[in-house]
Design a protein around this ligand. Structure first.
Ligand SMILES: [Zn+2]
Length: 305
């Protein structure tokens, strides 16, 4: 029996659990939009639940989870929240000068005692870099995350559009189980430098890590064709158990209206657009099941916490 710490409940995963591993539920909003934000987010989650999804992972480490209690309570989909740090613009100058221990303690406190009045326990670590090689403060954060993962068995989601392989190897060198690392935006360099990018993805897979794709471009675009091809070749290889798909859906508010980012309008882009594309090139239902059910459970499963 596999249990996950979802925000306000413990949830037992079933064989049919359908999981999105990289989304943004706790999007920032201005207080004047609070009710609108709750209503909009819940309508998206209800839509998602109607398609059989029962778990969504929020990877927004800079949001204060207590601003989303009502969403957490009413959500028909179980939400797994994260602990961690996003890129430099979300860190203060003084934080950038803190040592590894500081970042470790901050994360460990949230894991041990929970966050806010409801003592919400995170189920995943989120870290990030936008650089080609890790900056000194990023190394401190990555090392702290590595130790947390080793001690508590938690998986790590890495936002690394430029240095997927560097980030991955840094964490593995620190002792993290490669099977607990998900490199997000692994596909970001595709199209501009396709071959390098594919070699990096291969290397991560060969070393036992998970790669996660979100950006499939628009239908009929060059990117869409390349992405479907890459997925097909991973699925046909011995690495099909290391591929994860998620929408990375988020939005911001403008004049009281939610504006979705990245040209997708909800959490169902993969479900409604990409899976049909997969089926049309001969990827079968069983393989889709592996991507949307089995792989997320293997990646998210933690035992020591
Ligand atoms: Zn994201």
């Amino acid at each position: 029996m596999i249990r996950f710490n979802c925000c306000d409940r413990e949830y037992i995963v079933t064989d049919n659990s359908k999981i999105l591993v990289h989304e943004h539920v706790f999007n920032l909003y201005h207080y004047s939009n609070r009710n609108l934000s709750i209503e909009y987010t819940l309508s998206l989650l209800e839509n998602l639940a109607s398609k059989g999804y029962d778990i969504i992972v929020d990877l927004t480490p800079y949001s204060k989870v207590w601003n989303y209690y009502e969403i957490i309570e009413k959500s028909p989909v179980n939400i797994i929240s994260c602990v961690g740090f996003f890129t430099g613009k979300y860190l203060s100058f003084s934080e950038k000068n803190k040592d590894e221990k500081y970042f470790f303690n901050k994360m460990e406190n949230q894991i041990k005692y929970g966050i806010g009045r409801k003592k919400i326990k995170p189920g995943i670590i989120k870290i990030a870099t936008n650089s080609n090689s890790l900056l000194p403060y990023e190394k401190n954060i990555f090392s702290a995350a590595a130790n947390i993962s080793i001690i508590y068995g938690l998986p790590i989601a890495v936002h690394a559009p430029k240095s997927g392989i560097n980030s991955f190897e840094y964490l593995v060198d620190k002792g993290v189980n490669p099977n607990k690392i998900m490199i997000c935006h692994a596909e970001s360099a595709i199209v501009s430098k396709t071959l390098d990018c594919i070699n990096e993805i291969k290397l991560i897979l060969q070393k036992g890590g998970f790669v996660q794709f979100s950006n499939f471009g628009t239908s009929n675009s060059k990117r869409r064709k390349i992405m479907i091809n890459i997925c097909q070749s991973i699925i046909n290889s011995q690495f099909k158990n290391q591929l994860l798909l998620s929408n990375d859906f988020s939005w911001k508010w403008k004049n009281n209206v939610p504006i979705p980012k990245k040209n997708i309008s909800n959490y169902l882009f993969i479900e409604n657009e990409i899976i049909p594309d997969f089926l049309s090139v001969g990827i079968n239902e069983e393989e889709v099941f592996t991507l949307m059910h089995r792989n997320p459970i293997i990646f998210l499963h933690y035992t020591k916490y």
